[in-house]
Write a protein that binds this ligand. Structure first.
Ligand SMILES: NC(=O)c1ccc[n+]([C@@H]2O[C@H](COP(=O)([O-])OP(=O)(O)OC[C@H]3O[C@@H](n4cnc5c(N)ncnc54)[C@H](O)[C@@H]3O)[C@@H](O)[C@H]2O)c1
Length: 384
């Protein structure tokens, strides 16, 4: 396969992670151009990473050498820029959220079909070894039949580290759009589609002080709920509790824990790429209580084997989803971080907001299959 000539749109914080990871790990992608409304930022990124061409957005869209664009602009520009990228005839991978509503995402999916190009969207962390190992353990029965799940993303907010935090608190932003996609995508990728949603929302602070540079000391106004707690019932019957917040200074809640008939699995944080799932089998719990201990079931891999099957990467990597999209185009197969998954997760976000507002139950309209697991034993830079 020829290297896929890729352009980066938006040269802010996350662009350096994408560019570094693609250049070091995902060699089938070749970043040939980068662009930003602030061309000074594009130039700085291009010089930092040895990218041939930098420009404003229009020039990137017109660049005939570029066949795929990775959209890393702020969420409020995604829908419109994604539409322009598709109209320009480019394949597209967009950071989360792909749009504000699942209807917008579906409209763009139809536009891509008309234009004969392919699209996909973040998050892609479920392709990392942490969640691929988790899936393998679940499929080999490590905790028996999964029954319940608890996911908690409790943070004190982006104003402690991001240089431009105000955008995260504007209407149409907030922790649910920003962090929800990681946890919801992990739920759906591991257990299949969501059927019903109940939820509550709150805003802990009307104004927030910025701690990060260059705006440290400035106050920002909060226009969105910053605490969401939701109950999800999956089509397969599993019940999940999901809490996502920017209002919590410190929490000891597990970030992603799954409870099954034979034990408990603590999965790595779905916002990260790597990490080792931990399984506590019921036998260990019973033995601990001095009850008659059954022999441990060894029919699932141990840590060493898991590392061999899904090799370790750095904890925080981005770009596997864009690589998978390029491979999917080449192999004429569905992309794993494809639009069925993106639309379903976006509908779940919209559904949580609606259920929180109405106090009622939101019944999901879209559905999707689970993306194929990665093949076992690939190197860290491969997706197949
Ligand atoms: N920061 C992170 O750690 C992180 C992690 C994962 C995903 N993301 C996602 O990546 C995206 C970007 O986040 P970020 O933190 O890098 O934001 P950022 O604000 O640091 O950077 C965004 C860049 O886009 C540029 N931009 C704005 N409007 C544009 C336009 N119309 N055309 C071209 N460029 C434009 C800005 O000048 C800026 O350089 C968001 O969707 C976010 O959810 C961020």
């Amino acid at each position: 396969m020829d290297r896929v000539k890729t352009g980066i749109l938006g040269c802010g914080v996350i662009s350096s992670t994408y560019i570094k990871n693609i250049q070091e790990l995902y060699r089938p992608l070749e970043i040939v151009a980068c662009a930003d409304v602030d061309t000074g930022k594009a130039e700085a990124r291009a010089r930092e990473f040895g990218i041939e061409t930098w420009s404003g957005p229009d020039h990137l869209l017109e660049n005939k050498d570029v066949s795929m664009i990775i959209n890393l602009t702020p969420p409020k520009f995604h829908y419109e820029l994604n539409r322009r990228i598709l109209m320009a005839g480019k394949n597209l991978f967009c950071e989360k959220p792909f749009a504000f509503t699942w209807e917008q995402a579906r409209e763009l999916t139809e536009l891509a079909e008309k234009r004969g190009v392919r699209i996909g969207g973040a998050p892609d962390t479920f392709l990392g070894p942490g969640l691929q190992r988790t899936r393998l353990l679940l499929e080999r029965g490590a905790i028996g039949q999964p029954l319940y799940l608890n996911a908690a993303m409790m943070s004190c907010g982006v104003e402690t580290w991001h240089p431009a935090p105000a955008q995260f608190y504007q209407e149409g932003a907030g922790p649910l759009y920003d962090m929800g996609p990681y946890y919801l995508t992990a739920v759906v990728a591991l257990f299949g589609p969501i059927a019903e949603i109940r939820a509550m929302a709150a805003t802990g602070f009307e104004r927030r002080k910025i701690y990060s540079q260059p705006l440290a000391g400035v106050e920002l106004t909060v226009e969105t709920p910053t605490y969401y707690t939701a109950l999800l019932k999956l089509s397969g019957g599993l019940i999940a509790n999901l809490t996502i917040s920017f209002d919590i200074w410190k929490s000891n809640l597990p970030m992603f824990e799954i409870y099954g008939t034979e034990g408990t699995l603590s999965a790595p944080d779905p916002n990260m790429t790597s990490g080792m799932p931990e399984v506590i089998r019921k036998e260990a719990v019973l033995a601990d209580r001095k009850a008659a201990a059954e022999p441990l079931n060894r029919s699932f891999p141990d840590e060493e084997e898991l590392r061999r099957l899904y090799p370790e990467t750095a904890e925080y990597i981005r770009g596997a989803g864009a690589l998978d999209l390029a491979m999917a185009i080449n192999e004429n197969r569905p992309a794993r971080a494809g639009m069925d998954l993106v639309c379903h997760v976006l509908e779940a976000i919209n559904g949580i907001m609606e259920a929180a507002k109405s106090g009622g139950c939101y019944y999901m309209k879209t559905t999707c299959g689970r993306p194929e697991p990665l093949r076992e034993g690939l190197s860290a830079g491969e997706v197949r």
